[in-house]
Design a protein. Sequence first.
Length: 639
Amino acid sequence: MPLSKLQFRPGIVRDITSYSNEGGWYDIDNVRFQKGFPEKIGGWQKKSRSSFLGTCRSLHPWVALDRSQYLGVGTSQKFYIDEGGAFNDITPIRATTAAGDVTFAATDGSSEITVTDTNHGAVQNDFVTFSGAVSLGGNITADVLNQEYQITSVTDESNYTINAREAGTSISDITEDGQLNPTAVTADSSDTGNGGSSVVGAYQVNTGLDLNVSGSGWGAGTWSRGAWGSASSDAIVSNTLRLWSQDNFGEDLIVNVRDGGIYYWDASNGLTTRAVNITDLAGANSAPQVAKQIMVSDRDRHVIAFGCDPELSPGTQDALTIRFSDQESLTDWQTREDNTAGELRLGSGSEIVSAVETRQQIAVFTDTNLYVMQYLGAPFTFGVSSISENITIAGPNSAVAVGDAVFWMGVTEFYLYDGAVKQLPCTIRDYIFDNMNPDQQAKVVAGLNAEHSEVWWFYPRGTSDQLDNYVVFNYAEQTWYYGSFARTAWIDRGIFSFPIAANTDGYLYAQETGFDDGTTNPASAINAYIRSSPIDIGEGDQFVFIKRMIPDVSFKQSTASLPSIDIELNVRNSPNGEYIQTDTQTFVDTVSASSDEKTEQLYYRLRGRQMRLKFTSNSLGVDWRLGSNRIDIKPDGRR
């Protein structure tokens, strides 16, 4: 018989039986489709050697007037600006005590220090910087005390603990692989003092939860998770996931911690200064004290706060209220005839979940509806229109704009808004949503990879608490595929040459860089594979011998000296039967190989009515794309 050409439809199909998907692909990992054919995805490398604390769920790049490239990095414990690979901590200060309100107590033989502050408002993992302390008398010197500490436990509203560490070691100095690695200092019998009467404690905004916790009140997270009754917008009560939103206002940055305050970082003050609450800026007039998300409208330069406190009810959050500042102003939010500040309220849903800016408008999601917000000009400035009811959205970060369109993941569906709301037909819908951890669905993050016309969603699979799996929609080719590696935030290339993503190990990664996994040192190989659905051999009505295959594989820009791919064939005798024979052969790059290493064709010895194929690579420096492989079969005459 002549060689049979093996042609498969692009994309993965899992929502029908594998045999019903004859001629298609059924399983995949770390492989994408381009121009209808499978190819291995690009690798990733660490953006820098520095790491951050907490889990990053927000990234925003921009360029300052002096051409400095900045990247805002919001984590569950800190807010940083990455510049040149260094993480500069600009986390806002929540409260600063009066001198003498803080005292210390040490225990002989222990590094644990008990701190007493009758109104600390702190939760476990918060950060506080002490100044003005004197030695406790022994090993716990003034220099040991007068530095930044992370609170290890909260005993009650007046007491918490820290662990004393070596003097002169900043938090950034001891941050390694996303964790603190301090050198402990142990108190001795001479440490009987209390730090003196001039101690000042500067508390950063409360850290947030790294897990989405249902319910509220005591027990939903660490100690109280509240700020001990304080009404300040800097004291954040959060029983859910810590999320930041951010946008640049010119060369400066505006950040908001979800359900907390809005903060401003002035680039002209340098990277050693912290962000400050906009209510504390000179000339602040009726500025929101609390919000769910902030945004700067690119077209008209208004600062917009979503799910904020109304102008007439300062400090009382309304989860459906939208407010916007006067044009070109950070501080003037009062509604007047001589400015363009104003306020809107959505009519459906219980809260604003997310807002995404496209080229022409802003898509605003509540938990049940999609609205579109557009700039109208005087006298109304902005207007909103209800576009669709009874939609769902997985979480605040699960939508992404692609030009004038918005793609998002719902609770059980994928959606597209391009002037009208559509449910995206998805060939792996059941496979994704039936195996997702619903308790952590709010963590889902969407990202655009425009070079490959892809929208990525990272989601928690099974019982996992982490975003350890991804699903991809290729909007140019209308295909779906999936895989398994962890990312918690993602931005497309633009200011940076490659997409940038955050991982759970405390590092940022340049995606689509090289061909290997840069989370390890040295880099390790990416295990990439794709498996077909079963196909009939010949007509499927008789037993057939598989003798050989002529692979059609391009190894593209591989850096390995002899790049290769393993091609596995399995055969069986009926659609519901077991695979009774397996044979795996290795195809080596025929361009790079010497004459005695060439494998221009592969030889198999298999017999059956149906077969499936699997292509796998797990070697360093390998890049590949499949074409139209051909197979040599010979009927044996028996049916």
